[in-house]
Structure formats: structure tokens, C-alpha cells
Design a protein around this ligand. Sequence first.
Ligand code: GLA
Length: 729
Amino acid sequence: MSIIFDKTNKTITLNTDNTTYQMVIGKFDYLLHLYYGPKASGDMSYLLQMYDRGFSGNPSDAGTDRTFSLDTLPLEFSAYGNGDYRDSSFSVKNVEGVYGCDLRYVNHEIIEGKYTIPGLPSAFEENDEVETLKVELEDNAAKVSVTLLYGVFSKHDVITRTVVIENIGKDEIKVCRAFSASLDILNSDELDVITFNGRHGMERCVERVPLGKGAVTIGSRRGTSSHHHNPFVILCDKTAGENNGNCIGMLFLYSGNFRAEVFREYTGSVRMMMGIQDDMFEYPLGKGEKFYAPEAALCYSNRGFTELSHRYHEFINDNVIRVPENDEVRPILVNSWEAAFFDFDKNKLLKLADNAKELGVEMLVLDDGWFGNRNDDNTSLGDWNVNESKLGCSMGELSEEIHRKGLKFGLWIEPEMISEKSELYKKHPDWAYQIPGRGFIRSRNQLVLDFSRKEIVDYVFNAISEVIDNAEIDYIKMDMNRSITDVYTRNGIQNYGVIMYKYVVGMYDFIERLRKRYPKMLIEGCSGGGGRFDAGMLYYTPQIWTSDNTDAVERIKIQYGTSFAYPMSSMGAHVSVVPNQQTGRMVPMKTRTAVALAGTFGYELDLGLLSEEEKEEVRVGVKEYHKYYDLCKKGLYYRLTNPFENTEYAAWEFISKDRKEALVTVVTLDTHCNAPVNYVKMQGFDAEEVYKDEFTGKEYSGAALMHAGWPIPNIPGEYNAFQLHLVRK
Ligand code: GLA
């Protein structure tokens, strides 16, 4: 029983193995939040402190009691219009345009198992016993009901949340904001907010700022979760670090426009919120209609970021990612993009396949350029017919030959897009988003299909299925290469936010259909690299191309930032050529391999052009990938350095849960004459045990590795990589 209702105190308590979350049905049936922290028992209502505070209003039920104000109380789900002047999680408007809502508790239910959300990703029960709490709130004047849903994942120490809004009146209402999670925290400590921000080619850089009275707000208005801000936020103690301090994470399982906000109020309390972007969002609900918000996943740790990440990693691996039916060891792939770009034919691809086979690479992925007339990125999106004259054969023949060589075969698609130069555009110019009377905003010279319309999703799905049906396709890379604008739909409601929500639902529907029709096919997500790297996509695609930036040194930072929420086994990571095509940097092959081995491993270069020495490195990489697969996939990941702060070296570690085996990787980031010796301190070992490094045969004490560290050899040269495979004796 992880959810407990105490009839006497009217508290509802959600317990996971190590955390407790408590709310109370307070005076006048307002649902108040009391506690989220380490496992605790009893009634936490004593935390509520009420004072007569100037300029904070009192609801009419309170009569002349000037101490009861929603402006100062911690609310379980805050709404605009009941005297709470803070930014709130919910806002609704009636037919006359009157805003305002006053939500009161009506009833609750404790249900075995995990709730689901129609058309949207939501964590499922696997390796955990999950209970659902359903609390109904209502405002009978605004004629709206709000159902709060909580999924309690005990073993994983995660609580998921979402809301369902229903019109319980006769007239239409407009939902102007419906965030998925809202957390009011009574806390006077100094706190920091951590967000993960970036740009195309440099995603999820870690930014930590002190929490003040003004809000820390991040979000997206790009139609995707975006390269620029990730839908994940951590609120933590000012002193919190990897292994110490309180921290709360809020992760959004949604791939479209979002908003996350954290601020402190004058009373000292803190509000943290996550939900769909409410900018230009007005969702109309007729009588009896419902709006389903996406899901947010909350996690708390009082032992710092490492534990928080470990909990999210396991939760995402066990309860979010749905793997293909035949999910074996993920194949090592070679992708044609950085190897050939648009310049390929059957012979070139078969040669790449031969080289791949010779070196132990297991799958060839044919990236962009195989369809319509696509020989550059200005044309043919939408024309999902195989360019047989370019290839020199059909896709069926190509895939068959590649399979005959003993390799798997994968294909790139970008279903949500349309080029003006395409047959599809000639036929259906109205399928692209365009505001009547206005020119397009072009981006990469392409337009976006209106995926909020089912007939368009149907068309694209059928066209792409036809290609897959007529070939042997083991893997799909599903890309999305621009941000959305010119949002106007030819059938439906002309509200930006509504169309963008329906677009995401349409896009999810597309992948869900792919999954159902080809249950054994692996799908990798992508949006110009990591522009849609979020837990919503991971529900459909077990891995996502982390970034278009394949420079190993930059990748260290990108993979570091991404690892705060997402498991390493979800990060597409490939070895590419030097000088690197994005940055021009020279990095040794061993280092490029070591960095890519931290994610889903592959190559993104012409294997035929490698030197014998480099080919040997590929063979070693392939062997290592298989040798350490279980360790990296099921083990715990430790960030041993912060590459945004430590510019001398970077280090990370995978260690098995039983602490018997670890793989530690160190990369030097700077080089000096007569340099001091740097020591890498490792984590998670058994202090009393001795570990042997399988590469050198040297033995180390677990305690010494953690407390004194391992001296990084001073070897001349840039970006040297060192690996230790430590096995407990
Ligand atoms: C995006 C992807 C790349 C590649 C190109 C093809 O940028 O992130 O990996 O597939 O598109 O156009």
C-alpha cells in the first residue's frame, strides 16, 4: 500500500521506498500540499503557518478570518482566480470571457495499477508495483472539473502526475493553461535551479542559477521540446552536489511546446511547475468534453544528483522506454550521412556494407537522400518513393543484398515534412502549415505538414509503410529538421496551442502505428540531432540521436548534460572522421571510440577510408561494445567530473549494481609542459575490496580508488583517452 488516506487528519500520503509526498484536504475543502522529501510518517499539517498578511485576500468562506488566504497556502494544484496571486498551474475562461476558478476537493480514489492517458505517452508498470491516486477537484461556478492523477512507482522513487480537465456545464469553456504538475514547497533554505539549455549542435548544457523571487522560466514555442531548453528541471539545495543535498526533479513526458517555471514567493514558499506551453493556448471544451494533459515525473533525492539520475535512468529504462519485440543487443551501425551525405548509389552502399562486415559493424543505415529527387536538402520531402535510378536498384534488392552480407539494414525518414519542390506539394499545397495571405517562413528550405490532421498522417504512414513493406528494414531513424511556424489548420480550431498539441498527438500516433505494424523494428528518434530528446519520445523510440555534433570533445559535454535525466543507453553516439566535420577538431580514434561507447554505439564515416591502424581501433571498439554492453546498459553511471568546470580532464564510470565490475573512461582535455599529476576519484566501489584492472593487470584498493583516485598518465598529445576495466577480486 503506497497510498494512504488518513480519515482523521484528512491527509493523503504517497510513499515510495525512500520518499514521502503528502497532501491534506484542508479547510473549506481546499487541497493543500504538505510535504515532499525523505520517507516520513504522521501528519505534516503543522507545517502550515497562517498569518494575516497585507494584500493577500481571503475567500468568502473564511468569513472575517484574515489569516486564511490561498495566496500564502501551499496548494496541491493552483488555479488563477481564487485569491492566489502567484503564477498558477491552471486557468480557465467562460463564454463571456471571464477568467477565474476556485477548485475544491470533491472525492478521491486509490486504484491498483497505473493510469494511462489517451493518445499520449505515460509510464507503465514494469518491475514495480504501481498505485494510482485520483483526486477530483471542482468549481461549480466555472463548471469545470479537474482530476489530478498520481502514479506511485515505489521501487523507483518516482511519482508521476497529470491532470484531466472536464467541462461539467452546458456552455463552452476555454482552458487557457493546464500544467501537468505543480509543487508548492515550504522551505526557507537557499536553493538553486538547474536547467539544460543549448542550441543545434550543442544540446543540454547544464546551467545552475540561484532561486530568487523572480521566476526561472524555460520552455519551447518551436513545436518540439527543442535543442534550446530540455523539459527537465532540478530544484536543489545551494550546497547540493553529485553526492549530497536535497534535489527534486521534474521531467516532462512530452515532445512539443512546454513551459517549466520555478519561483519563490514573498512568504518564502517555492512553486515549481511543468506543463504544456500556455502561450497562445486556448483549448475549447464543449459540454462533457475533456482535455488530457501530458505526464510529468517527479523524483526526490536527499543524496544529490547522482542518486537522482540513477532513479530517473532506471525509471526511464523500466517504465518509459518500450523496446522492440526482439530487443537483443542493439546493433552497431554505420550511418551513411557523414560517410556520403547525398552522394551514394547501390555500389557505394554495398562497399560500405562490405567494409562494415569486415570490421564487425552490424547494420548499415541509409540516411537522407534515397527518395524522390533528393540530392540535396532543398527538395522531395513528402515523396516517399524510392529513387531507384539513383540507387540503381529497388529498396527490396538493396536490403536483400545487405542482409545477404550478414548485416542488418536501416532507413532514414522525416515524415512530418514537405518540400515545396515535391510531387506531394504540387498535389496538396494546403497540407503544409501556412497562414492565408502570408508567405512561408522557410527553414532548411522545408515546410511542416499539418500532422494535427489525421488524413495527412494516414497518407504519410501509408506511403512510408509501402517502402518498409517492400524491403527488409530492421531500423528506422525518424528525423524532424525544423521548428514549426505559420500554424494554421485547414480543418479544425484556429488556435495555435490547440493545433500544436494535436500535432504532437498526431506525430505520436504515427510512431505508434509504426511500432504496431513493425513490432521488431528498432526506431531511433532524431531532430537535427537532439532537438526532440525527451522522455515523451523515449516512450516510442528507445534511442535518440543525441546531437548532430559528433566532435568527441564537445560530445563529452552534451552526453554529460543529457545524463542528468536520461540513461546513457538511450543516447545515439557515433565515431566520425577527423578533422571533425562540425568543428575541425582532431581527436584520436581511441578517444572518439571511448566517447561513443558511452551511448548506443556506431560509426558515421566511410569505413573504407580508414588507415589500418584506425581499422584496428574499430575492431577493438566493436569488441569492447559487446564486452561491456550489459555493464553499460544495466550498470550505474557516475559523472566523475563536470566538463563545464573541469577543463583539464573528463571522466565517467559505469559500475555494475553488485559493484563487481566497472568501466572507467578518462579523457584529457588540455595538455601542458611539466604538468602536475591529476587524480581521478572514482565512485561506488566496495571500499574494502581490491579491484584488478584487466587492461594492465594492476590491482587497486576500492577505498583508494574512491578517496585518493587514479593518477592520469602524463603522455604528450591532445585528448588522450584511458580506460580501466576494474574487476573485483
Ligand atoms: C539531420 C540529422 C542528421 C542527418 C540529416 C539528414 O540533421 O540529425 O543526422 O540525418 O538530418 O538530412
